[in-house]
Design a protein around this ligand. Structure first.
Ligand SMILES: Nc1ncnc2c1ncn2[C@@H]1O[C@H](COP(=O)(O)OP(=O)(O)OP(=O)(O)O)[C@@H](O)[C@H]1O
Ligand SMILES: [Mg+2]
Length: 217
């Protein structure tokens, strides 16, 4: 195995990204292919230092180049709160400055969704704000031919309850053919532990790519 000439710098993108062009093409292809493209739900696994965070940075840049908006997060405690209190309100106020859509579909569940909270078939409670805000963002972006990419680094079983919420909402959005993409990354053992959760079966259908060590020519 070739020696890595770079000192690990905690996810700082290298000047030249080695050996990942096929994976990145898969991702861009999935954005172009439209809702339902399998690559719109992608998981990168790999040992420490194999370049997972760098891949997330890269897919985020590629999505932005396609006009997509990006929410970049880490799977740590408080994830759902950060999404519904910080990222999504900020994004919505930017893409919907008059609040036309987000007012209707803001923190309260819209009509027909069963009031303040609802349960999935797995009897799991989901923040209504998460679904309504994500739905509003996807729809506003779709009106301009774009969509929303959510990336989650450091996926870990310690945050399974919050990942359940996120995955449940993603599942709804995908089923509704909305313009959403999700890319997660984590250590192989951590991702396996998460995928073993009964409620997270949806994520098992994501395109899973194991990142080997970077093959320097
Ligand atoms: N494709 C690549 N080509 C060249 N250098 C790379 C590539 N991918 C990652 N690197 C370099 O390798 C180092 C580690 O990358 P990164 O931090 O993304 O790994 P990681 O898998 O996220 O690690 P951790 O599990 O510790 O979070 C960084 O210095 C990065 O610049
Ligand atoms: Mg990393």
């Amino acid at each position: 195995m070739a020696r890595n000439p770079f000192t690990p710098t905690f996810g700082v993108s290298p000047p030249l990204l080695v050996g990942r062009s096929d994976l990145l093409e898969d991702f861009v292809g999935a954005l172009e292919d439209g809702p339902g493209a399998p690559g719109r739900m992608t998981l990168y696994t790999g040992a420490r230092g194999t370049g997972k965070t760098v891949m997330l940075n890269e897919v985020e840049d590629l999505a932005r180049q396609q006009g997509w908006r990006v929410i970049s997060e880490t799977a740590t405690e408080g994830l759902v709160n950060r999404l519904v209190r910080e990222h999504l309100p900020a994004l919505l106020s930017e893409i919907d400055p008059d609040g036309v859509k987000s007012k209707v579909t803001g923190v309260n569940a819209p009509m027909g969704l069963g009031g303040a909270t609802w349960e999935t078939s797995e009897a799991h409670e989901v923040s209504p704000a998460l679904r309504t805000q994500l739905t509003a963002a996807c729809d506003l972006l779709a009106a301009n031919g774009a969509g929303l990419l959510l990336t989650l680094d450091e996926i870990h079983h310690q945050v399974v309850p919050e990942l359940r919420e996120v995955a449940t909402v993603l599942q709804h959005l995908v089923r509704e053919e909305r313009e959403i993409a999700f890319v997660g990354a984590g250590l192989p053992s951590a991702v396996s532990a998460v995928l073993n959760d009964d409620v997270l079966t949806f994520l098992r259908r994501a395109d899973r790519h194991s990142l080997g060590p970077v093959a320097f020519p």
